[in-house]
Every structure is written in structure tokens, then in C-alpha cells.
Design a protein around this ligand. Sequence first.
Ligand code: XIL
Length: 360
Amino acid sequence: MRRRDFVFGALGAGLASSGALDPFVWSDPTAKAAPVRGVIPYGTAVRTDLLDTEFDYKAAIVDHCQLVVGEGGLKWFDLRPSEDQFVFDQPDRLIDFADRNGMQMRGHTLAWYGAMPDWTQTIASPAQAERELVHHITTVVGRYQGRIPSWDVVNEAIAEHPESGATIRNSIWQERLGKRYIELALRTAADVDPSAQLVINDYNIENPTQQCRDRRQALLDLLRDLKDRDVPLHAVGIQGHLPGDMEIDKEGLSKFVEAVKGMQLEVLVTELDVIDNKLPAREYDRDQIVAARAGDFLKAISDVARPSAILTWGITDRYTWVPTWFKRDDGKPNRPLPLDAGCRPKALMKVIDEFTGAAE
Ligand code: XIL
């Protein structure tokens, strides 16, 4: 049996034994074997435009990853420059890269408040919002049916600071449709590709703060409501943008994963990076703390349920979104990712390999 079949079989078996849904196999075992390195697929967000120009970047992805997700490309801002346009160049390029290298591609994301083109502000009525959302999901998921096995259908649905009665984040979808946009998006995606893993993806649930506690609870309430009404939903994406200067709420996060597992939902780590702007300047010290935070985070999850995938939001410090919002006061480059700017593995890569089984 090829390692890939073992991996995907184990993955499927793991889901079956965990009482989750029918084993969700990441890929057709007859597909080309990827350099599978462990029992949990690892992947990264990719800046597709760099694949043709930065060969060490591309080689690092091929060397380390079994999964890719577009950092952009499938967001409305990139995909929908106008109401009557769909521009698929980036996702088409990425899925071809994935196919050629025996990788799977995740779809990110179908319904989000962020990266929305200006024209969507003209969506004036609930009826128009429903038409636009259904048309978008039908077109996009339909194009990649059977090729993108897992979608972040709804991204960051929970309010930044949930309050009772106001737990769903504002967006054009929430404004026009209320929280039923979430069910609409999930049901539409399931109708278009019944084989796809449908994921609700969110962040800021990892730390021992009141905000994280409130967000964990609000997310669990949303998940329970959807599951109680048999809305198609298979997994929760825990983004994992970890503040490096803050401890992981191991107990709170493990209890959250326990509750998710109790709803027969899988867990994915979808956007792991460690925000190091408040960590020591010395690179070695910073890298160690970054690795330790990620290790605590992954352990708090894996102690309860094996993630069906672990992805970082970028693979090399050379390209990370972190300085957009979290520049260091000392002006030093951020080091949030598994490989340094020269695509050399850091302590964080070793930690990820230990959790995925690639280190064996
Ligand atoms: C970010 C990208 O990394 C940036 O390049 C882009 O300008 C904005 O979006 N959570 C998410 C991702 O789900 O889609 C965001 O990605 C980072 C936060």
C-alpha cells in the first residue's frame, strides 16, 4: 500500500472511529502520489503569482506540502471585479500546480465580510443578496466540483466582540439576510458539490481572554444551531493566528474541540502563524517562542481530536501578511512562519512535522 493510501485511509478511518461523518478522504487514492510525509496533511496558503518567478518558494511548497490554499484568488475582491465577471486565472493556476504536484487544494472563501469589491455595496435587498450569494457559490463551487474537496464556506462569521443577541459579524450578507446567510451558503455549496467538506472558519478562540471565551461560545452556539437544523456542515476551521506574547488557553481550547467533536464535526487548523511583533528581537529566542506557542496550540487540539489538516498562512517569512497589521517596533522583519526568508526550516517547521507525523 502506498504511503498516500495509508495516510488517506488512516485519515478516513480516524474520522470514522471518531464518530465523525463518513470517512472524508482528502483525495482519490488513485491520484498521483504526493511526497506524503505524515498522517496529517500539512499545507500552506500560496501567493499564486509567485509560483512562476520564485523557484525556491515553489520548491519549498512542493517539498513540505500536501495541501495548498490560495491566499487570494478565490476571495470576491479577486474573483469578482464586477457583478457580471468571474476571473478564475489565479485559482485555475493554483489547482493546476496542485494537480501536477499531487497536492489537494482548499477553497478560501465563499462568504466573508472581507475583501469585498465595492460593487457589492450596491446589493440593496434581501432578494438580491440571496441571488448574488447563490449565483456566486453555484458558479465557483461548480467550476471546481470534485477538484477542491474542502471549502471555507463561511469565514469569520462571529462578531469581533460577541454580545448577547449580537454574535454574528456584520457584513453585506448579514445586513441583507441576517444570520440565515450562513445556512444559505452551506446549503448551496452542498447542493453544488455534495462530496465537498464544508467548513466554517474563524479566529481569536485560542487564548485565555474574555474575548476568546465569548467567541468560542458564540461559535459553538452557531455550530449547534446549524447541526440541530441538519444544515450541511462538516468541519470547523481554527485559523490559529496566534499572538506570540499570549499563552494558549489549553483547557479552553481543548474543551472547545471536545464540544466540536461531540457534534460530529472535524477540526482543521487553517491559517497557523505566530504573531511575533511583541517577542524578543533575538531571532533564536523569537523562533523558540513561536514554536512553543504553536506546539501548545496544536497539542490542545490534538489531545482531543486529530486535525484533518494543518495549514499555515504562508510557508516562508519572506511572504507573510503579519507585518500588514503587526509590524515590530524595532523594524526587524517578522518571523511567524515555518521557514525563514531563505526558505530554511525553523523550529516551527519541526513542531509542525512532529504533529503531522512527518518528523518520524
Ligand atoms: C489576508 C491575506 O493574507 C492578505 O494578503 C489580504 O490582503 C487580506 O486577507 N484571515 C483570513 C484570511 O481568513 O483570508 C486573511 O488573509 C487573514 C486573516
